[in-house]
Design a protein around this ligand. Structure first.
Ligand code: 4AD
Ligand code: MG
Length: 477
């Protein structure tokens, strides 16, 4: 008989039928009660082992972490706490687990401890809930764009260009680091490297997505991106997943409208599809928050926060307006900001973003028209000649979740900017071609997928929303 998933079993209303289930033991009580979980749902199935039908040696092997196949009759539960339970007639041990050595005991473990056990942490309620929500979000992302008529494009992972111009790239090379071939002038000779040139892991699929938008109209990428920035924060990973839509004929307003619709649609889908996981994470979040000092506590619960974002419009504010708000703000006047705001043109730090979102506006904020000097080369120059058509979306508790812009479609303006910023023009010949042949206004943005998962699950550290995080000094597993 085919085994059923525990999620399916728990949805069955007719009892006294015979079923097979399989999963891992979460707890084993009183030599009788197995809480079995197979990952299909946050809930465990209570399985009651009949003493008579099992020999002593097998009974000893039913330990936390062991894998079992159980066959038995589904009955209305005798005890409270669950609707149904399985009266087990046959126990098959698929994989034993040494109770002395299995690290995931049925008690609360710290997230730091579990990070060291990243290969096993998905067997906890918290991580399985987070990963199911992550999967649902990923599906909702594809669903949204496909329903909007966008085409999914797979942009390359290995590339020669630095899209963001920040120089934070991981080199891809097959040269022997101890003995690299050298040119006559003593530099490393990348001509003899695998690709015959310098290459790196991509920091963004945007530039290639732009090429495809110029033929397919509306496209999106959803792939891994890599940044060798030495940021040890709760919001940075060296390997993260980014969703990057790119649209021909869109101006910045169209871009902001799409981004807002995208985020709220995806959140709504997950609210209705991950009810149990989110209810669990909501409770967890409330507990975590209550252990923080009062001033650091979130004024809203997790579900409340998600619903708030879904129901309320994002506030749109230009950089210059935000600058004035920040300059005149209490923390700035009282010198409470680590980076004081005293000159138009400064880059906003996360303390400023959080002030705007969490203290001043109390809702998601879209900041637009940033100073050109703090943004990438490809953004469209405004007529004031000092700002560009950039937009960042800032979220409570997260800070920047989206970065995007209208792109510079005018060849001369783009060439001038590339020169000013001392970017290698040769590498971008094909990107400039897009402005030579049928150039049109176009826009796009990038949403950091893990930051969205963080927001939706209420997990404080980005390392806890990706299966195997890569951060400075850490690429275990
Ligand atoms: O603002 P960023 O750098 O924008 C781009 O890469 C553009 N090419 C996007 C585009 O217009 N197509 O990154 C976009 C988003 C950020 O807002 C943030 O959510 C996320 O990517 N992000 C990171 N997430 C985790 N770890 C990091 N180190 C991140 N760096 C950026
Ligand atoms: Mg950005």
């Amino acid at each position: 008989m085919k085994a059923l998933k525990i999620k399916e079993v728990l949805e069955i209303n007719t009892t006294n039928e015979f079923y097979t289930v399989q999963g891992w033991v979460r707890t084993f009580r009183a030599n009788r009660f197995v809480a079995l979980n197979d990952g299909s749902t946050i809930e465990n199935l209570q399985c009651v082992i009949d003493f008579e039908s099992i020999d002593e040696s097998l009974l000893k092997q039913i330990n936390t972490g062991a894998a079992l196949r159980l066959k038995g009759t589904l009955v209305e539960s005798q005890g409270g706490g669950q609707k149904v339970e399985l009266q087990v007639k046959k126990v098959i041990l698929l994989g034993a687990s040494d109770p002395e050595r299995y690290p995931i005991q049925p008690k609360k473990h710290s997230l730091e401890f579990l990070r060291e056990k990243a290969h096993l942490r998905v067997r906890t309620s918290t991580f399985s809930a987070v990963m199911r929500v992550r999967s649902a979000l990923s599906f909702a992302v594809h669903e949204f764009f496909q329903q909007e008529g966008f085409f999914h494009v797979h942009t390359p992972i290995v590339t020669g260009s630095d899209a963001e111009g920040a120089g934070e790239m991981f080199r891809v090379s097959t040269l022997d680091p101890k003995n690299p071939p050298l040119t006559k002038t003593g530099d490393i000779d990348y001509k003899s490297d695998f690709f015959g040139k310098e290459t790196n892991l991509t920091v963004s699929g945007q530039l290639e997505a732009e090429a495809y938008a110029m033929g397919l109209g509306e496209v999106y990428t959803f792939g891994p991106t890599f940044r060798a920035e030495n940021s040890n924060t709760t919001r940075h990973l060296a390997e993260f997943w980014m969703i990057e839509p790119e649209m021909a004929f869109y101006d910045l307003d169209d871009n902001m409208n799409l981004a807002e619709k995208f985020i709220t649609t995806v959140l709504k889908k997950v609210l209705s599809r991950c009810e149990k996981d989110l209810a669990f994470l909501d409770e967890r979040y409330t507990k975590e928050e209550s252990s923080k000092p009062l001033i650091e506590r979130s004024p809203m619960g997790l579900l409340e926060k998600i619903n708030f974002v879904v129901r309320n419009e994002f506030k749109r504010v230009s950089y210059s307006e935000a600058y004035e708000i920040l300059r005149n703000s209490k923390p700035n006047k009282k010198k409470k900001f680590q980076f004081p705001i005293n000159e138009w043109g400064v880059d906003l730090q996360s303390e400023h973003e959080r002030f705007l979102v969490e203290k001043h506006f109390n809702c998601p904020v879209i900041l637009y028209d940033y100073p050109a000097n703090i943004k990438a080369f490809y953004m469209r120059r405004n007529d004031d000649n000092k700002t560009v058509r950039a937009m960042d979306i800032l979220f409570p508790g997260i800070g920047e979740i989206v970065g995007g812009s209208q792109r510079e479609e005018r060849l001369e303006v783009l060439e001038k900017r590339i020169k000013e910023m001392e970017i290698d023009k040769e590498e971008l010949w094909w990107y400039l071609d897009l402005r030579r042949f049928g150039s049109v206004p176009h826009s796009g943005f990038g949403l950091g997928f893990e930051r969205l998962v963080q927001f939706t699950t209420g997990m404080n550290n980005i390392r806890d929303v990706i299966p195997f995080p890569r951060t400075p000094q850490n690429a275990a597993f």
